[in-house]
Design a protein around this ligand. Structure first.
Ligand SMILES: Nc1ncnc2c1ncn2[C@@H]1O[C@H](COP(=O)(O)OP(=O)(O)OP(=O)(O)O)[C@@H](O)[C@H]1O
Length: 978
């Protein structure tokens, strides 16, 4: 590309030929920059020439052009084409357009110019450094059908690079392109051999070595750089890379969001409906309304099946099916002088030709004449490739891709098609026997089937395999990491055995330790069946020679705490220690009080273990005493917050760590806890201070981990299901529980009136009410939010006679305990609180909860909050008040679901499973949520079995080198903190 200054340099010569050359250069520069708009060319060239001519030193030019005054602009412009050898501007433009269409001519034009000479003579002339300016969103990109869509700047820069022998500026060029450009007969660029879009010829002819390379079995095609994708321009590569598609795998894993049935809508089309249509372009024209406004209208004709038709509308009637022909009008307006020129509008409208088969989607708006509709906010895609058209004709499902990073669907679709062509049937790293055994598609067929299915069944079969892969590599990775961490072969086998055998291994109550048995007997209730099974299973695990890593999952209020207490007592009874870590001080105090009150009921003082509470609010003196007690082994069990993982807290013989509401702790925190525990245990063995008779290896063993969660975050959920954690579920609720009546209301005057009336009724009925607020104090920035402190007085007034309490995170530990204690004892009947009560707070007779501005909380949070009521025998109610009516539907979901697992699943789908093998805790929106645990559980199970089978055959995957490579490609085998 030639910089403008070059033209000025040519002008310095002052001769006619120099001037012609200058104009020629200027024209090319101007055209490449301006997409050949005649108007802009004239303007730009005219003003530039004028500037030159008006300068004194360019009198010679003026003379040459015979322009007398600078006002005679049009005269000057008419001279220019003549000097360039054309009769007038119109003709010049016409000729140049023809030139543009012929790459051969273009080369000859460019070859006329001796770039080396220009560069040498005029250092100010830079070759190939200007990027083309996009004047409008050419979303379609270079059309596969028309290679000339490549901008001249791009093409000329490629060729220029070749001629000047300089490296590519804009990206790699297929070597053949350059080779071809230098052929002796020159001047002709064989398009069939260029790396240009939509040219399959390239794949087979032009770059055979690159294809051979890609298809070589020992070359991992999937992890090839995206730039190995054939038939793609450097601009497209850049776009793909910017969209995160750095490898072929990334591209192929951009799965269709859905498939469209290649059938147009049936029945009545209503205004405002968002509909997809397939049809044929009937016309496409550009209309200039005035000098600054124009539009392009594409009319698409479609056949739809109409139920009730007037006879005039019916164009064909095949049996019972009546088809109606409708016309969709797709209009795009352009404003501004530049974009409303007829030439420009014609350029745009020519993109759609009569007879093109297109796929359009958008919002339908009826127009006056029957059978005609405007399509608003539309997208239009041409079904260009033969296979796409055959998709339409054969009634194959048509994949619809989710948009990504602003990449146009068409480019994505094309690139995926090209990537598919690179694949070979031997890309699958999973052994074929496994595929046969589990009835899985081969990976090659799976990619083909998901992107180009012949029918829905094929797409489903492919999807199944791809979901399998997601789960399989996840588990293979986790198990591989675990096996790496375990020393001996026996331990590895033991571990695999544990993972493989999910049958309930239990230790009967009669074999429990005396302490656990005594606690069980001291309970004021009987354990439910699943609570009992959970304890049996955990105790069985505690007696295994490998550390337990178990998740105890059960809905809010199902009674997990007592299960964990019993497990702790089992360990404490053998002289080991237990640590119980909770996320809040309130919860630590509650658990401590609960356990001590239960232990008080035990017969005989001699067996009562020494329990301590250690939180941030514990005084320094007391903390020192507790820490000392833990170090010496005097204290058997400690309940506390994350102070338990502080460096200075040491244990003498820690054997179990319970992490309550474990999703509240980050991966690193939990990892620190585990490491700490392990260190403590090892230290202990060095010092030989163990009171236990266990063998050395047992003493060295890392402590058991029992994590508890009511609403696992997606990451935990996925890990628990088939990661390295075993899962124990409590599936029933204690007897006498009644479902919580849930109501979602808009928090307007009427809504509040209803709620306050319900509250009055509840209080009169002897109930206790939580009022939950999103913030403590009113905020200027968020005036719509209700605040706990601000509402305190008005609630007190409104409910005179019913004492109110206040509980929020900014209160001191003792104040919080007091507020909760008063509510528990019934001293206060209304508790205004923030989300500090969200987890674990247990006031069994609290019977009503009202959540203000409920949309501010996440679904799982709301489920947890709701779990604070309905923990006793009294019928409870929960009201979620939304700030606006628009946020109400989301809250309504909670009206119908009281299943934390289901809600966590909904979260999983919304947030994605997160980076399961990394340290990233939070989820992210998935590119394509291909797997749903709710429905894909069986695939998950199979994947788990296959992973175990493979690792059972070869612990270090040495017998499956391709799987090992695949695993490392998918997930770096970084060790988790936990
Ligand atoms: N089998 C049972 N029968 C009757 N009540 C029970 C039983 N098990 C537990 N409870 C009581 O149910 C209430 C809730 O138990 P707990 O606090 O252990 O629930 P949780 O599962 O930890 O709930 P959250 O996830 O909300 O913390 C407590 O008051 C507890 O004493």
């Amino acid at each position: 590309m030639i910089a403008p200054s070059s033209a000025q340099s040519w002008l310095k010569g002052g001769s006619e030929s120099h001037l012609a050359r200058a104009i020629s250069l200027e024209f090319r520069w101007g055209r490449s920059k301006m997409m050949c708009s005649r108007m802009r060319f004239r303007n730009a060239l005219g003003s530039r020439l004028f500037r030159w001519c008006s300068r004194d030193k360019h009198t010679s030019v003026r003379k040459l052009l015979e322009v007398d005054g600078i006002s005679e602009r049009s005269k000057l412009l008419n001279k220019v084409p003549v000097l360039m050898g054309y009769s007038n501007t119109q003709y010049l433009m016409e000729q140049e357009r023809v030139r543009k269409e012929s790459a051969t001519e273009l080369i000859s034009v460019l070859k006329e110019i001796d770039f080396a000479e220009i560069s040498a003579k005029f250092p100010c002339i830079k070759i190939g450094d200007s990027s083309p300016i996009e004047l409008y969103d050419d979303s379609a990109g270079p059309s596969p059908a028309n290679v000339n869509d490549l901008s001249i700047s791009e093409e000329s820069s490629l060729i220029t690079q070749h001629i000047s022998g300089e490296p590519a500026v804009d990206g790699e060029v297929c070597p053949e392109l350059l080779a071809d450009a230098t052929t002796a007969d020159g001047n002709v660029l064989d398009k069939s051999k260029r790396c240009l879009p939509g040219e399959p010829a390239f794949v087979t002819e032009a770059c055979p070595e690159s294809l051979a390379d890609a298809t070589s079995p020992d070359n991992n095609i999937l992890d090839k750089d995206i730039r190995s994708l054939p038939g793609t321009t450097s601009k497209q590569y850049r776009k793909l890379e910017d969209g995160g598609f750095h490898t072929i795998r990334k591209l192929l894993q951009h799965f269709p969001r859905t498939y469209a049935d290649l059938q147009n809508p049936q029945g009545l089309i209503e205004d405002g409906q968002y509909i997809m249509f397939f049809g044929t372009v009937i016309s496409s024209k550009g209309v200039r309304i005035r000098s600054t406004l124009g539009f392009v209208e594409v009319v698409v004709g479609c056949s739809i099946v109409e139920a009730k038709l007037s006879s005039s509308d019916v164009s064909c009637n095949s049996g019972a099916e009546q088809k109606q022909r409708i016309h969709l009008h797709l209009k795009k307006f352009f404003s501004g002088q530049r974009f409303s020129s007829q030439y420009f509008l014609n350029c745009i409208s020519s993109k759609h030709k009569e007879g093109d088969i297109v796929y359009v989607s958008g919002k339908v708006k009826k127009v006056l004449s029957s059978g005609h509709y405007d399509l608003k906010e539309y997208t239009i895609d041409k079904l260009e490739e033969e296979e796409q058209q055959s998709t339409l004709l054969d009634g194959k499902p048509y994949p619809i891709y989710p948009s990504k990073a602003g990449l146009e669907a068409r480019l994505l679709g094309q690139s995926i098609s090209r990537a598919l062509k690179m694949l070979t049937p031997d890309i699958d790293p999973i052994p074929p026997e496994v595929l046969t055994e589990f009835n899985l598609a081969n990976l090659f067929d799976a990619y083909m089937g998901i992107h180009k299915p012949k029918n829905r069944d094929e797409a489903d079969f492919a999807r199944r395999r791809l979901i399998f892969d997601d789960f399989f590599y996840l588990q293979l990775g986790r198990l591989f990491q675990m096996l790496e961490a375990v020393g001996t072969r026996v331990e590895k086998e033991e571990l695999l055995y544990k993972c493989e055998n999910h049958e309930l291994n239990a230790v009967g109550v009669d074999q429990w330790s005396p302490l656990a048995n005594k606690l069980l007997k001291a309970l004021p209730y009987s354990l439910t069946a699943s609570q009992l099974n959970a304890v049996k299973e955990i105790i069985w695990d505690l007696r295994r020679p490998v550390p337990m890593n178990r998740l105890l999952q059960g809905d809010v209020g199902c009674g997990k705490t007592i299960v964990a207490f019993l497990a702790c007592m089992e360990v404490v009874n053998s002289g080991f220690q237990a640590a119980f870590m909770v996320p809040t001080e309130i919860l630590a105090v509650q658990h401590y009080e609960h356990l001590t009150s239960l232990l008080e009921k035990l017969d005989g003082d001699e067996c009562k273990p020494n329990i301590a509470l250690l939180t941030g609010s514990t005084s320094t003196r007391e903390s020192r005493i507790i820490r000392n007690g833990l170090k010496t082994g005097e204290i058997s069990m400690v309940i506390g917050t994350h102070t338990l993982i502080a460096d200075k807290t040491d244990f003498s013989a820690l054997r179990i760590s319970v992490i309550d509401e474990q999703q509240r702790f980050g991966v690193i925190q939990r990892g620190r806890f585990n490491n700490k525990l392990y260190t403590s245990s090892s230290k202990l063995s060095d010092e030989n201070t163990s009171a236990d008779e266990a063998s050395d290896s047992e003493t060295f063993m890392a402590p058991h981990v029992l994590a508890m969660s009511a609403t696992p975050i997606p990451r935990t959920l996925a890990l628990a299901l088939y990661g390295d954690m075993s899962l124990t579920q409590i599936t029933d609720l204690p007897p006498g529980r009644q479902p919580i009546e849930t109501l979602a209301l808009e928090g307007n005057d009427a809504g509040f009136e209803t709620v306050f009336q319900m509250m009055r009724d509840e209080l009169m009925d002897g109930g206790k009410v939580y009022l939950v607020y999103p913030i403590i104090e009113e905020s200027e920035h968020l005036p719509q939010l209700h605040a706990a402190k601000a509402d305190f007085d008005s609630i007190k007034q409104k409910f005179e006679g019913y004492p109110c309490g206040l509980l929020h995170g900014r209160m001191k530990g003792a104040e919080k305990d007091e507020a909760l204690g008063s509510f528990r004892s019934g001293e206060t009947r209304i508790l205004l609180a923030t989300q500090v009560i969200e987890i674990g707070v247990d006031v069994p007779d609290a019977s009503m909860m009202i959540v203000m501005n409920a949309e501010r909380f996440g679904m799982s949070q709301l489920h947890q909050l709701r779990g604070r009521v309905g923990r006793g025998g009294k019928k409870s109610r929960c009201v979620f008040l939304s700030s606006t009516s628009s946020t109400l539907p989301r809250l309504k979901v909670l009206e119908n679901s009281s299943d934390g697992f289901h809600l966590a699943n909904a979260d999983l789908v919304m947030r994605g499973p997160g980076d399961l093998l990394g340290k990233k805790q939070s989820g992210h929106l998935p590119e394509f949520p291909i797997a749903r645990l709710e429905i894909d559980g069986s695939i998950l199970q199979e994947a788990h079995l296959v992973a175990l089978k493979i690792l059972g055959t070869s612990n270090d995957l040495s017998l499956f080198p391709r799987l090992k490579v695949e695993l490392s490609m998918r997930q770096p085998l970084c060790l988790l903190g936990d």
